[in-house]
Ligand binder design. Sequence first.
Ligand code: FES
Ligand code: FES
Length: 162
Amino acid sequence: MARKTVTCTINGINREYSVDVRSSLSDMLRGEEGLDSVKHGCDVGECGACTVLIDGRPFNSCIYLAVWAEGKNILTLEGLSDTKGTISDIQQAFIDEGAVQCGFCTPGFIMSSLPIINSDTPYSREEIRKQVSGNLCRCTGYDKIVNAIEKTQIKRIQEKKA
Ligand code: FES
Ligand code: FES
């Protein structure tokens, strides 16, 4: 099987791997890096459980070839904690709002929400729902997830103004 070297940045650290050219980015992140927040859900781009940021934009890593990651900046949920392992405000908000049950979908939802909570412009609840519409949850009900994202968005905008 053909292999290719991929050099990229993962959670702020430069990495280089030799990958099967048919491998997905989710396989590379889980297999080579042990980043278990990147879930294998549907594996066909339908559920969002494998969402990561690539150069700042959310992608389903199960349908993104590992070789396409050459030169890219990849962020997974593990990269949101600080150096002491303290979780980020959006992760805490999911806990506080009861937006986590089995937790399988949670990393993907959080990664999809990052463009919202990093924006200077507030998103309405409908816009939040649209932004995360590629992510599916079987347990929680979407209101609590939207609550957590909205709460974090408001908090961050207030912090920027302070
Ligand atoms: S596992 Fe990638 S979209 Fe479902
Ligand atoms: S919390 Fe279980 S799938 Fe979302």
